[in-house]
Design a protein around this ligand. Sequence first.
Ligand SMILES: [Zn+2]
Ligand SMILES: [Zn+2]
Length: 362
Amino acid sequence: MRHLFEARLVNDPFGDPGLYVDLRDEGRALLFDLGDLAALPPRKLLRVSHIFVSHTHMDHFAGFDTYLRVVLGRKPGVVLFGGPGFVAQVEHKLRAYTWNVVHRYAVECVLDVREIGTDGRGQRARFSSRTGFAREPCAAFACSGDLLHDEALFSVRGRFVDHEMPCLAFVVEEKPRPRVAKDRLAALGVGTGPWLRELKAAILAAAPASTPIRLRWRDRLGEHETIRSVAELTELVLDVAPGRRIGYVTDLRCTEANLRALAPLLAGVDQLFIESVFLDADRAHAQRKNHLTAWQAGQIARAVGARAVVPFHFSPRYGGRAAELAAELRAAWSGPQTLPDAAGAAGQEGPDAARSWTRAML
Ligand SMILES: [Zn+2]
Ligand SMILES: [Zn+2]
């Protein structure tokens, strides 16, 4: 069955981190991190409706200018999410340029910037090309638990991990998908069309049975249009399948506290993109640099029950040795578990537990 998302790393695993999640049937995309974006052609950047920035180290944020340059004057806007200080950091980026002509562009470009605090509270500001990107304060951005963004077809969750600074780990989740029996369409005398999405959305939203759905379709006899109620159409629906979940985790140390933060976010994730910066032989170095080894990444993937795992953010020191890093990750993911499991981690609180586990890892 066709899924809502197609997720791909922006760069090869030695390049800047970033994940492009294409919502093919929606004609748009989500982007996680704003590092080097040269690999994304303008048509792909123009599809991006929401950007999620894990943290603002340069390899995750230097592409902001590239993105803005492509969309300015061509796209009405984008929503950006980031961690503490994010609104001010976007504002500083914007202040670095002179905006004396952009107010005349036919297409206004609005950046809707949402900052998530480590206390769960958010703030929000708007920057419009019409006003030279002057900061316009908005009402506080409401976060409900780890839910950052919610739509009819999908949602995005985020939780902070420790990278010697707060860094956001993300999961994008497809909502459950009603599956339609195509052979029952003919029996009902109707054809496929965009109305199927409307029907699915109505079913997911538990719309009243009398809700009308306008059916439009085209076949060799031409255009057709009719109206049926949700009740008349429910016989088309075979079942409701669970949606896919994709995790994007980068820039963190291997600590028990981080595993505790990740476990509820990533449990049973279908596809996990996770940084694997160093080989485990260099574990002490990885700890000093606040990054994971490939082995640690694989163990985290195993602990959370990831069904598939993709490594990235390889250190340039391993140039030509990508296969070694990937093999180490896979061995840890499929082999015996040495990290505490999620339940065990959740039961141990406080820095002493984290320290003892870190010692065990070293
Ligand atoms: Zn990084
Ligand atoms: Zn970083």
